[in-house]
Design a protein around this ligand. Structure first.
Ligand code: PXP
Length: 251
């Protein structure tokens, strides 16, 4: 494997924060399923949504509505709990991305601790894979986590780029470059172990380029920035501009 820049880079649009906005007021507006349809029209390659245990943004009914609203592959982010496994097995999304979840966090703060939880995760993943889902693990760009992801039978790793995004925002070039080196190394290792490589968290127009340029990365999942930017320029324009920047970086 290796040297994947010839592979197209997909954009998964995470629509969670359309639901966050709706839930702030209650009622039905803005509608996440409508956002998913619009994202499809704007050229998204997939729709990502995170059904959290506390249902703070996407609700169970949204999952069904979004699945019905688009023909794109659905990537369901969820904690590795029995309840979420049941939901995934009944809705059969194209992909399931297992993420760590802490109730007090504002967003998914760290990567999944795969190393050390091998047996439980292997058992957890098997029925999902048997049902046809591509199973992804959201992990820090850490060698031990990548190796553990391969051991437990995941087909995909999504590299957490949140630390990189924070260093970019702080203007700390040395820390940003060090984190980029970790991301390049983790992506190369994952690819060498036969894992498909995705990346996400905290990406925006300014910081997406270097991540899109990692040759083994074939999918980015982006949410908060796109939904925020939609307030100013519209969701369609935000998605098209993000795709343009991804493409430019890939060349
Ligand atoms: N990928 C995963 C696994 C996530 O948990 C999140 C945040 O929900 C994202 C991507 C998207 O992050 P952001 O909303 O910061 O673009």
């Amino acid at each position: 494997m290796n040297g994947r820049t010839d592979q197209p880079l997909r954009l998964g649009v995470n629509i969670d924060h359309v639901a966050t906005l709706r839930n702030a007021r209650g009622g039905s507006d803005p509608d996440p399923a409508r956002a998913a349809r619009l994202a499809q029209q704007a050229g998204a390659d997939g729709i990502t949504l995170h059904l959290r245990e506390d249902r703070r943004h996407i609700l169970d009914a949204d999952l069904s509505a979004v699945i019905d609203a688009v023909t794109l592959p659905i990537n369901l982010e969820m904690a590795a709990t029995q309840e979420m496994q049941r939901i995934a097995l009944s809705h059969r999304p194209h992909a399931v991305c297992l993420v760590p979840e802490r109730r007090e966090e504002r967003t998914t703060e760290g990567g999944l601790e795969v190393a050390g939880d091998d047996n439980r995760l292997r058992e957890y993943i098997t029925p999902l894979r048997d049902a046809g889902a591509r199973v992804s693990l959201f992990i820090a760009p850490d060698e031990a986590q990548v190796e553990a992801a391969a051991r437990v039978g995941a087909q995909v790793v999504e590299l957490h780029v949140g630390a990189y995004a924070e260093h970019c925002a702080a203007g700390d070039d040395a820390a940003r470059n060090a984190e980029l080196r970790r991301l390049f190394a983790a992506a190369a290792l994952a690819d060498a172990l036969g894992l498909e490589v995705h990346a996400g968290h905290g990406l925006n127009f300014d910081n997406v380029g270097p991540i899109a340029a990692i040759p083994e990365v074939v999918e980015l999942n982006i949410g908060h920035f796109l939904i925020g930017e939609a307030v100013f320029i519209g969701l369609d324009a935000a998605i098209r501009e993000m795709r343009r920047k991804m493409l430019l970086a890939r060349m």
